[in-house]
Design a protein around this ligand. Structure first.
Ligand code: GLC
Ligand code: CA
Length: 553
């Protein structure tokens, strides 16, 4: 086994880190089977180093039936043989660490795969057995238990209950799954479940993993006392209670679990860190971000913020104030493996952005995208968040300015959300394998094909095409991350008011680093200071529309 490597350094390294999300199946395929693998990631470490990211976050690489792209985990302390081995994981980690890049792994504690040995044991055991108690099994209603135990929808639609066949062949109990039926929810009132996740945290922390991204962190504890079962028709945050007593999500008790994980994290040097994926009311994020808990929580507020300087200002201001109260640092995100790529979102009108599933299902969806505007705004928006206090989470491919591939025929789609819900979009587009080269099978993703079809236009938008090309999105990201390293300073900002132009968003960091974004349609005057970088070329010395410029005064 390769030596476990620990990357030491200041314990607050994460506060203003740039974290790059890798979707392992779609990053780089070393053996040509069409599925990205750990050796592929290792081979791209020079690329990551040149890009200048501080850390990578790997979406799940655990053994999985891929009912939900790997978020259905069959074994939390192993690697899917199609993706690699634990030894290859160690080599990857060592290589990343040797290049100063830290590693987050994704932990999925709300549910396992139905192939997990515990769920398989539960199916074989009797109702009421300790094996069944690790999940949420209930008898159905009706004379023969044929009616589902409660009216609870699944996030992917339609119902969150599936009936099993008992070992003797008779129709049996039902189990709860907030996501696909292949993702049974754990019962977090069960001590064995709690102990097992502590074991998982130690397992990866001992191997040198620096941080964790916690999947649906707000869902673990449900109110199941005295025969109660939650009922819900929508997962919209607006229908969730915001006082810790909702019977399904964001219950106060969930923080006992995170406090116990925090104790484990603090046994390490530097302490391991974690970021919660918690879709909760904004005022409730603090508890996840607390230093007694996971330490940081995603803010997804910018995902829904239209291209408007005031709206951006208000979202940013709110998040900075909220994080200053928790003592954590805030997070900024525009893209990840669950959403339409932001270059495409910014190319759609505000109206369309309010109802993306409707757009996604329309026949002429491509003609509704303003590709040029989308890319310009995406570049400007990314430069804007990179200048803010806090940490930025980037998603593979956004550094190429990738638009959402929309060419996937429905019979090649893999996303359970697409199959289970008619009112939804498929998340497969943003998971299409990375284009590294202009030619070759799968555009350099690997020597074989790609597990999702890549669009033809990848021949024009890929790493090879942009590498070393001035003005390319890749070079803009590289420059911005390099310049940012020198400029990052105390986590504060001051807004600079532009009374005569409400389309400008301008702020200053304590060391004189300034960021100005032109949200309007006319060029604006460049304020005093030395230009460090601009997301689009200046026009007659002025800042073009849809552009962010960094200045140093
Ligand atoms: C999170 C993941 C998403 C997954 C779901 C269920 O939201 O980001 O990809 O489908 O959890 O695990
Ligand atoms: Ca492979």
């Amino acid at each position: 086994m390769a030596e476990h490597t620990f990357l030491r350094g200041p314990k607050d390294w994460w506060r203003q880190a740039v974290v790059y999300q890798i979707y392992p199946r779609s990053y780089a395929d070393q053996n040509g089977d069409g599925i990205g693998d750990l050796k592929g990631i290792t081979s791209r470490v020079p690329y990551l180093k040149e890009l200048g990211v501080d850390a990578v976050w790997l979406s799940p690489f655990y053994p999985s039936e891929l009912a939900d792209g790997g978020y259905d985990v069959a074994d939390y302390r192993n690697i899917d043989p199609r993706i690699g081995t634990l030894e290859e994981f160690d080599v990857m980690l060592e290589t990343l660490h040797a290049n100063g890049i830290r590693v987050f792994v994704d932990v999925v504690p709300n549910h396992s795969s139905d192939q997990h040995e515990w769920f398989q044991a539960a199916l074989k055991a009797a109702p009421g057995s300790p094996e069944r108690d690790r999940y949420i099994f209930r008898d159905g209603k009706g004379e023969n238990g044929e009616i589902r135990p409660s009216e609870l929808v699944s996030h992917f639609g339609p119902t969150a209950w599936t009936r099993i066949t008992e070992p003797d062949g008779t129709p049996g109990q039902w189990y709860m799954h907030l996501f696909a039926k292949e993702q049974p929810d754990f019962n977090w009132d069960n001590q064995e479940v709690r102990d097992d996740f502590i074991k998982t945290m130690r397992f990866w922390s001992d191997r040198g993993v620096d941080g964790y991204r916690i999947d649906v962190a707000h869902a673990l504890v449900k109110d199941l006392k005295n025969g109660h079962l939650p009922e819900r028709q929508s997962y919209d945050v607006s229908v969730m209670k915001d006082d810790g007593t909702d019977d399904l999500f964001d219950r106060d008790e969930v923080h006992e679990i995170y406090a116990s994980w925090r104790q484990v994290y603090n046994e390490y040097d530097p302490p391991r860190v974690a970021v919660a994926e918690a879709w909760v009311h904004a005022n409730r994020r603090a508890a996840y971000a607390s230093e007694k808990g996971l330490g940081q929580s995603f803010s997804f507020d910018l995902l829904g913020t239209p291209w408007n300087s005031k709206k951006f200002h208000d979202t940013i201001d709110y998040n900075l104030k909220a994080s200053s109260k928790t003592g954590s640092s805030t997070t900024w995100v525009f893209s990840n493996h669950d959403v339409i790529r932001h270059a495409t979102r910014f190319g759609l009108s505000d109206e369309i952005n309010k109802n993306l599933p409707k757009w996604f299902r329309s026949a002429d969806r491509e003609s509704q995208i303003n590709f040029k505007q989308g890319l310009e705004r995406a570049r400007a928006a990314t430069m804007l968040i990179l200048a803010l206090p806090g940490s930025t989470y980037l998603y593979q491919g956004e550094e190429l300015g990738l638009h959402e591939p929309l060419n996937i025929p429905s019979d090649q789609m893999q996303d359970p959300q697409w199959f289970r819900s008619e009112g939804s979009i498929s998340r497969d587009g943003c998971r299409v394998p990375m284009p590294w080269t202009s030619t070759g099978s799968s555009f350099g993703f690997g020597p074989g094909g790609a597990h999702l079809p890549q669009p033809d236009w990848f021949k024009d938008v890929n790493v090879e095409k942009q590498d070393g090309v001035k003005g390319s999105t890749l070079e803009m990201y590289r420059d911005a991350l390099r310049i940012r390293k020198d400029l990052v300073c105390e986590e504060k900002l001051t807004w600079v008011k532009h009374w005569l132009n409400s389309n400008v968003l301008h702020f200053k960091r304590p060391n004189g680093w300034q960021s100005i974004t032109n949200f309007g349609t006319k060029p604006i005057k460049l304020p005093k200071g030395q230009v460090q970088i601009s997301s689009q070329p200046l026009v007659d010395g002025k800042i073009a529309p849809n552009t962010t410029v960094w200045l140093q005064s």
